[in-house]
Design a protein around this ligand. Structure first.
Ligand code: ADP
Length: 255
């Protein structure tokens, strides 16, 4: 899966203390091979979002180094949040065009339409966010993030607010998109099943200050059809991640 020797992104001894004095993460060593899909799971407040922001370059860590082995041009990074954060007054197409216009790409209109088609919304380019379901709004948000064909796609609990059926469908479609495009994806989730279904590696973090408690390679076939969720192999991998999480959880704390 790895296309080159150097990882696309590497965090070395990364730690971060906020001005408030809160130590969010400490001693993080993580590398992300190009084209890999890695999930971060851990208790609330263990620093997952902080790590994503550091990875994105939106925050400079107070300790350690971040190596980004890719061209940091506008559009090289895609970010998807739990809230789709769409402009309510703009059509789906105009929302997806925004990062293309910002990065000065030519053919922005066609590229935005292509991105919407890739997430199954070819018929909805002229729809406004209020006319779309929660799952469709998230699809627009994903289209906006992938429209520039990013090297690194960072996703912070993107499907947490969706019902399970919609979430499964989006998981299936995201996986198909990743298999076709091989962006490097870092995905934060509270769902062990989602992390296992999507990922090649699941990184389990300890409660704050967040450290790496386990870094588990997921032993499942590369091609993951929806019915994989019903197999013993899938259940076994979920059990492995759950066991690692239970080891780090304090009684009464929340994932
Ligand atoms: P997670 O995504 O795992 O829930 P976060 O990265 O959001 O965790 O937060 C890690 C810790 O850092 C939490 O205790 C949180 O309250 C704290 N924190 C996050 N952002 C800030 C900030 N801007 N200033 C001070 N503390 C913060």
């Amino acid at each position: 899966m790895e296309r080159s020797q150097a990882p696309l992104l590497a965090l070395q001894r990364v730690g971060h203390i906020f001005d408030s004095g809160t130590t969010a993460v400490e001693g993080i060593d993580l590398s992300f091979a190009e084209g890999s899909f890695i999930s971060l799971v851990g208790p609330s407040g263990c620093g997952k979002s902080t790590l994503l922001r550091i990875a994105a370059g939106l925050m400079t860590p107070s300790k350690g180094d971040v190596q980004r082995n890719f061209d940091r041009s506008p559009g090289a990074l895609g970010f998807v949040f739990q809230d789709p954060t769409l402009m309510p007054w703009a059509t789906a197409l105009a929302n997806v065009r925004l990062p293309l216009d910002i990065s000065g790409r030519s053919g922005a209109q066609a590229a935005a339409a292509t991105a919407l088609a890739r997430v199954g919304l070819a018929e909805f380019t002229q729809a406004y966010p209020r006319q779309l379901s929660g799952g469709m709004r998230m699809r627009v948000s994903i289209a906006r993030a992938i429209a520039t064909d990013p090297k690194l796609l960072l996703m912070d609990e993107p499907f947490a607010a969706l019902d399970e059926f919609t979430r499964f469908k989006l998981n299936d479609d995201l996986l198909a998109l990743w298999q076709a495009n091989r962006w490097t994806v870092v995905f934060v989730t509270h769902s062990v099943r989602e992390a296992v279904f999507l990922s090649q590696r699941v990184v389990v973090m300890s409660p704050r200050p967040g450290r790496i408690a386990a870094d588990l390679a997921i032993n499942l076939p590369a091609a993951r059809a929806p019915d994989l969720r019903q197999t013993h192999a899938f259940a076994d991998e979920c059990a492995r991640v759950t066991a690692a999480l239970s080891q780090v959880m304090e009684p009464g704390s929340h994932v």
